[in-house]
Design a protein around this ligand. Structure first.
Ligand SMILES: C[S@@+](CC[C@H](N)C(=O)[O-])C[C@H]1O[C@@H](n2cnc3c(N)ncnc32)[C@H](O)[C@@H]1O
Length: 306
């Protein structure tokens, strides 16, 4: 492992590695990870060094500023509608490789939560299923974002009543499981996995979660272009370890929102990030993200949406 990891930070509840997730997984001891919560780059254009450089300069490339409608400064978002056949093939291959390397690293019954979007999820899920994962449905994060809903480019006036794509109001998270050994109860006893942690005695974990875009204060702490909100991530990591036992992995951790959420919930986790700048960001911001108050009260709008 030491040849693969460029840098490592180890704290009481988490360890983060600056490494390539694929190499890291290849060296990972078998049956050592109890859940995965991740938001992958899809092996596509947007996280290639050339595109990241253009995004940081604010010039061209796949990262675009969404149209401004209220004078507020917007963060760039990648365009997902530009996938060519070659891109689609690259995406399928990326997830086949990922699933193949991930499977042996997981204990039986381990759940895998994969963030995706409505335009690519159908390309992502078959690769995981082909490599032996059981599909366990999707968690839908209801979130109003700026993507979609626009009129045809350069013909806004001619087609005033037309949207090219529906305005995106949800984010699918694919949910998969490495098959259990025996019954779920046997697997829970042996490995501590196989199910999802309930919200309470009365409330099961649900596959529909009202959310908000990542809050401004979280973006100020961790200016990663794909930062996920703590309010949502904490609900996912909590569900991922049914007995709160074991280790959660985020192999594409970015600024570490999964790791921070796990720390906030008192759970153990491991993060892997290839980009040295984002790795340093994660090392600096995880404790601050983890200490944020993201209770219902402080997330008033999300609570009101219920
Ligand atoms: C969508 S972002 C994750 C953002 C994260 N959810 C957060 O809240 O900060 C995907 C991350 O995967 C990283 N990445 C891309 N290829 C990788 C690889 N082969 N190994 C590890 N990390 C990789 C990118 O640098 C990027 O930071």
């Amino acid at each position: 492992m030491s040849q693969i990891v460029v840098r490592m930070v180890k704290e009481r509840l988490y360890t983060i590695h600056n490494a390539d997730a694929f190499e890291w997984l290849r060296a990972c001891p078998p049956r050592s990870i109890h859940a995965v919560v991740t938001d992958p780059p899809y092996g596509l254009l947007e996280y290639r060094p050339s595109e990241i450089a253009k995004m940081k300069l604010g010039r061209g490339g796949v990262w675009r500023l969404p149209p401004s409608f209220d004078g507020a400064k917007r963060r760039p978002l990648p365009r997902f509608t530009v996938l060519t056949e070659k891109d689609k093939h690259a995406l399928r291959t990326f997830f086949l490789r990922f699933a193949e390397l991930l499977y042996p690293a997981l204990v039986p019954g381990a759940h895998v939560f994969v963030a995706t979007n409505p335009l690519v999820s159908h390309l992502v899920y078959p690769s995981l299923i082909e490599m032996g994962f059981e599909p366990r449905g999707e968690v839908i994060r209801i979130v109003h974002r700026l993507r979609g809903g626009d009129r045809p480019k350069n013909a806004h006036d001619e087609f005033r009543d037309v949207s090219v794509l529906p305005k995106s109001c949800w984010e699918p998270w694919g949910l998969f499981r490495r098959p259990c050994e025996g019954r779920v109860q046997d697997n829970l006893r042996q490995w501590g996995t196989g199910g999802l942690r309930r919200i309470s005695d009365e409330e099961p974990f649900r596959d529909l979660i009202q959310s908000l875009p990542t809050r401004k204060n979280e973006h100020e702490i961790a200016p990663h272009p794909s930062l996920k909100p703590q309010h949502f991530m904490r609900q996912i990591v909590r569900a991922a370890l049914p007995l709160s036992r074991g280790v959660i992995l985020d192999p594409f951790m970015g600024a570490g929102s999964t790791i921070a959420a796990a720390k906030a919930m008192g759970l153990r986790s491991i993060g892997v990030e290839i980009d040295p700048e984002y790795f340093t960001m994660a090392a600096n911001v995880i404790p601050r993200l983890a200490s944020l108050d993201v209770s219902e009260k402080s997330n008033g709008a999300a609570a009101r949406l219920r």
